[in-house]
Write a protein that binds this ligand. Structure first.
Ligand SMILES: [Zn+2]
Length: 421
């Protein structure tokens, strides 16, 4: 991470957060970034805030040390953020023996304007108001009317959920971030299509919410909201590259490379559920055949559970199946392993294509616990040829809405504080 001195681009210096900075230094990668002087202020501000997200509460002196600049430069960047009540100096920590001023770590102020996150899934809307450091202060979840029925009741339910949550905010939020469980156009802020709720197709959601609530609105694909949540508040903090994969009723994913979320043109990337794993395979709800979605979602699992004669197949999820496997229920272990292999095939393709190496798994698979995670990891490792120095890591994320909801709110941080995600 670079801090650019006021004296121009030649003064660029680097933060070295744990993990990658020193390696980049050793590799001799270029450190300098050419930016016009008018961009330097907001860019430096973004980089200091990103360092705080990565490192946790950090003193000016430590930030200066990591950036290789003096404290005056850091103070010039952080003082406006303190004045705006975005950051606050916490209580002094006693200095090391031998003197020096006690350090006062900087962190996000509890008085800062909050951020609003909305998770819009085909059957429910979930809204929250969160602090900048990811503490949810208010939230509400409401079921949505039939996604094949008239659009207006769905829209009004979304507006009621968001409006009643915003009414509980201490201060006017910076903005609203929305994660959508369907294809989105991130340039227009509109929904392209939601397979399970077609009434929402082509709905200009960002414009509508912006008009109703008078706030900036940033809309993105649900798996990318998960990724933003991991990047700002979860296991992706300080990590240079990783991928998230979500499984459940639907399947999706997102990528983070070299400090940037990869969206594709107008947000068209990341439709992992509809990558093909089987030519001329089973018919997918998208109308094509052989999508990853057809073999690694709950509908596959429940159908196969019924075929295997497992009890209450319509209620099966990864958690129940893992419990049945642990309890020696006939057929459960075999189905769990088949499901793990089906999830693994898509992940193996991703690893072979872009090698993110770190996969954070969210949704239903998390309920399967270590038993399922280990099975998925085993299959992926068997499918991907080993490479020296390249280990593939799997991290269990969130089975519920929490990570995506915070990530949706995190979209506001990325957008409004001009942080480079
Ligand atoms: Zn499909």
């Amino acid at each position: 991470m670079n801090i650019i001195n006021d004296d121009g681009p030649n003064g660029a210096h680097a933060f070295t957060p744990p993990g990658d900075g020193a390696a980049a230094e050793r590799a001799g990668r270029p450190r300098q970034t050419l930016l016009s002087s008018s961009m330097v202020g907001s860019t430096n501000r973004g980089r200091v805030l990103q360092a705080l997200f990565d490192l946790g509460p950090t003193s000016r002196a430590e930030l200066a040390r990591l950036a290789g600049v003096n404290r005056t430069t850091i103070s010039g960047i952080v003082q406006p953020l303190i004045d705006d009540q975005v950051l606050v100096e916490s209580d002094p920590i006693p200095a090391n023996p031998g003197g020096g001023k006690p350090a006062r770590p900087l962190w996000f102020s509890p008085k800062a304007r909050p951020i609003c996150g909305v998770l819009l899934m085909p059957d429910a809307v979930h809204a929250c108001v969160s602090t900048l450091d990811g503490k949810i202060e208010a939230e509400r979840k409401m079921p949505l009317p039939d996604g094949n029925g008239p659009m207006q009741p769905i829209i009004e339910t979304i507006a009621e959920c968001v409006g009643s949550t915003l009414a509980k905010a201490r201060r006017t939020p910076f903005g609203i971030g929305v994660g959508v469980g369907g294809m989105v156009d991130t340039d227009r802020g509109s929904i392209v299509t939601v397979n399970l709720a077609p009434s929402l197709d082509r709905y200009p959601l960002a414009d509508d919410l912006g008009r109703r609530f008078g706030l900036p609105v940033k809309l993105d694909h649900h798996p990318r909201a998960l990724l933003v949540g991991d990047r700002w508040f979860g296991a992706g903090r300080g990590v240079k590259q990783f991928a998230v994969v979500y499984t459940g009723e639907v399947l999706g994913g997102a990528f983070y490379f070299d400090g940037h979320l990869y969206r594709g043109t107008a947000g068209a990337g990341g439709e992992l559920g509809h990558t093909f794993v089987q030519l001329d395979g089973e018919l997918c709800r998208c109308g094509r055949r052989g999508c990853w979605d057809t073999i690694a979602t709950l509908s596959w699992l429940r159908r196969e559970a019924a075929a295997a004669g497992l009890p209450e197949p319509e209620l099966i999820d990864s958690g129940r199946l893992a419990d049945m496997a642990a309890g020696q229920e006939p057929g459960a272990e075999k189905l769990l392993d088949r499901y793990a292999r089906n999830v693994a095939v898509g992940i193996a393709n991703l690893q072979q294509t872009v090698a993110p190496n770190i996969f954070i798994l969210h949704g239903d698979v998390v309920l399967g616990g270590e038993r399922l995670l280990d099975a998925i990891a085993g299959h992926v490792r068997a499918m991907v040829p080993p490479r020296p120095g390249s280990t593939i890591e799997f991290i269990a994320g969130d089975a519920g809405d929490g990570a995506a909801l915070l990530g949706a709110a995190g979209l506001v941080i990325s957008e409004l504080l001009q942080l480079p995600i």
